[in-house]
Design a protein around this ligand. Structure first.
Ligand code: ADP
Ligand code: MG
Length: 622
């Protein structure tokens, strides 16, 4: 017998369970029954794939046994079981992505309700048994191992593991229940009535039989109805039943935001039961995240995370697709090339997007939650799913200068557009504050144009790829020339341009290492200067992203625009014309460029030199 230590993250989670911050302790049973059901699915699939595997699949089921005297509750399955390595790897450690982030957040959260919320998001699986048990014994045998394994722990730092002979196929988990009076809310889990009630509530839809002897000496009987939810008439299924099933497929303890049922008939028959979660998973933007719905064929579970049925940008959608006309041993390779699977996927995507659209109209609060949690992921679809670009733009919303509190849809923006306005104006940036305070916004604001404020990293990418919305092109106010002037103003501007021509040429030469041109601006009213990109230039954020990904890029030079109405600019111009000391003036030009970079929240190429010049010039001004 070996004594091993839990991995440190597992130890922290276990401590949480033992001191059970989660008040609904019944859920441990759901987790264990869910694991048992998964194990039965896996065994059935394994025997299908590997004809040499020696296993008995004639009576796959879950059995629950209660020993009142010993205060023991056993959940047993004759499924796939675990090898010794599996037990150490799966039970002794936590491999879920996002665990570290989860624990960090939990540590920061002092408030009990908020930590329950977090735990709900994470889902704690097998370890939840330590909410109600002071000792857990797991005995298991995998069909490929010669011997079984016995694992035992009280959840405090270590566990023991040993090989044992004569273990039946599958896994049994025995909980030694905490004393009944040890906790106020601890229900009596030695009561078969209680167990039956919990199974009914949480696991009725499990398609494998769950058996229990409800009276001493009685024969075990099946206690769940085993009916697949998606095969029952929609009017028959309660919201609570959907919510429980959602928890089973998603490992998320929250209620779903929205439930979607679909039925396809004709050449390719299928039923789908999809859920939009109410909270983004912690790993939504992590590389190792999983996606996709579960695939069933005629009620039989085929695979978890069927990526072929859900695109990357809808990776948060959970649920089940039950296809009637696929073979039971369908493989990933076949699915990838199956035209019918592709057409089902297309229909699922359209249905999800149209569901979101109807949320906008019918349940605005749900829509807001949806967009807040998943908007940044959905926008990826603007790049990857051109077929649905318009549908995605229809359900998108954005922060805007129109209203500081409420985001706007594009349709609402277009409605508010001025009569002569050709473009949908936007600006990208790190935060609302940097965008709102950037000099680029001045003239648009002065003239009453609305500007969308785009602050998600993905925004930088799609704005260049999407041609427009309702015939109106997207136009960055930090790129290219913004045409905001009347004919009269244009004539004046041309006049000024002539006046400033020599000065601008000199400044362009002086700053040639940093900018590609210096010109007069029509977008500034109060700031002296700003930097803008050409229409097809990379934005500074994108430039930074590419460099962070290790791409070699030549430095991207942008255009410095000067406000001809600002005293600093006119004084500099006069000094230049008066032939003052040009090396001093060159320093002023450099400072002007530095200030423009700072104003948009950007980085200075040489901050210490900037400060030195600034101090020098300030001092001479005193
Ligand atoms: P999850 O089910 O979310 O993966 P759990 O903590 O519930 O997390 O279980 C961890 C892993 O342990 C499972 O993924 C599974 O591989 C294994 N496991 C748990 N219970 C069983 C069981 N009854 N039979 C076989 N494997 C199991
Ligand atoms: Mg589990």
């Amino acid at each position: 017998m070996e004594t091993l230590e839990f991995q440190s993250e597992a130890r922290q989670l276990l401590r949480l369970m033992i001191h059970s911050v989660y008040s609904n302790k019944d859920t441990f049973l759901r987790e264990l029954v869910s694991n048992a059901s998964d194990a039965l699915d896996k065994l059935r699939l394994e025997t299908f794939r590997d004809k040499d595997l020696v296993a008995d699949t004639s009576d796959l089921h879950v059995a629950i046994e209660v020993d009142r005297e010993a205060r023991e509750l056993t959940i047993r399955d004759n499924g796939i079981g675990m090898t010794r390595e599996d037990v150490i790897g799966l039970i002794g450690t936590i491999a879920k992505s996002g665990t570290a982030e989860f624990l960090d957040k939990l540590r920061e959260t002092k408030d009990a309700a908020a930590s329950q919320d977090l735990i709900g998001q994470f889902g704690i699986g097998f370890y939840s048994s330590f909410m109600v048990a002071d000792k857990v014994t797991l005995v298991t045998k995998h069909p490929r191992s010669a011997e079984g394994v016995r694992w035992e722990s009280s959840g405090e730092g270590t566990y023991t593991i040993e090989d044992v002979a004569d273990v039946p196929q599958g896994t049994s988990v025995t909980l030694h229940l905490k004393p009944a009076d040890s906790e106020d809310h601890l229900a009596d889990y030695t009561s078969t009535a209680k167990i039956k009630e919990v199974v009914k509530r949480y696991a009725d839809f499990i398609t494998w039989p769950i058996r229990m002897a409800t009276e001493d000496g009685a024969e075990p009987a099946t206690i769940n109805s085993r009916k697949a939810l998606w095969a029952r008439p929609a009017s028959d299924v309660t919201e609570d039943e959907y919510a429980e099933f959602y928890r089973h497929v998603s490992h998320d303890w929250n209620k779903p935001l929205e439930t979607i049922r679909m039925h396809g008939e004709g050449v390719f028959e299928y039923q789908a039961l999809l859920f939009i979660p109410s909270q983004a998973p912690l790993d939504l933007f992590m590389r190792e995240r999983k996606r996709g719905v579960q695939l069933y064929v005629k009620r039989v579970f085929i695979m978890e995370n069927c990526e072929e049925l859900m695109p990357e940008y809808l990776r948060f959608v959970k649920g089940v697709v039950d296809a009637h006309d696929l073979s039971l041993n369908v493989s990933r390779e076949i699915l990838q090339h199956d035209r019918q699977i592709q057409s089902v996927r297309r229909r699922l995507v359209k249905k999800v997007l149209s569901t979101v659209k109807s949320l906008m109209a019918d349940k605005p609060e749900s829509y807001e939650t949806f967009w807040r949690e998943f908007g940044a992921a959905v926008k990826e679809g603007l790049l990857s799913d051109t077929e649905n670009q318009d549908a995605i733009l229809d359900v998108a919303s954005f922060a805007s200068t129109d209203d500081a509190e409420r985001p706007t849809t594009l349709a609402q923006y277009v409605e508010r557009m001025k009569d002569d306005q050709q473009h949908i104006y936007y600006m990208t940036g790190d935060s609302r504050a940097t965008v709102e305070n950037s000099p680029h916004l001045e003239a648009l604001r002065a003239k009453g144009f609305e500007v969308l404020i785009l602050t998600d990293p993905i925004d930088e990418m799609w704005v260049d790829a999407v041609p427009g919305y309702q015939g109106k092109a997207f136009q960055s106010i930090a790129k290219g020339q913004v045409d905001l002037e009347t004919e009269e103003e244009k004539a004046q501007a041309e006049e000024r341009q002539k006046d400033f021509a020599d000065f601008l040429a000199w400044m362009t030469t002086t700053l040639t290492d940093r900018v590609k041109e210096v010109r007069l601006s029509s977008r500034l009213t109060t700031s002296p200067a700003c930097v803008v990109g050409d229409a097809h230039d990379l934005t500074p954020t994108l430039e930074k992203m590419y460099r962070a990904m290790g791409q070699e890029l030549p430095p991207v030079k942008r255009v410095l625009e000067l406000n001809p109405g600002h005293a600093l600019v006119t004084r500099l111009h006069t000094a230049f014309a008066g032939n003052d000391d040009h090396s001093r003036l060159a320093e002023s030009a450099e400072l002007l460029h530095g200030m423009a970079l700072l104003a948009e929240g950007g980085d200075l190429p040489d901050p210490s030199r900037f400060v030195r010049l600034m101090a020098d010039h300030l001092e001479r001004g005193l």
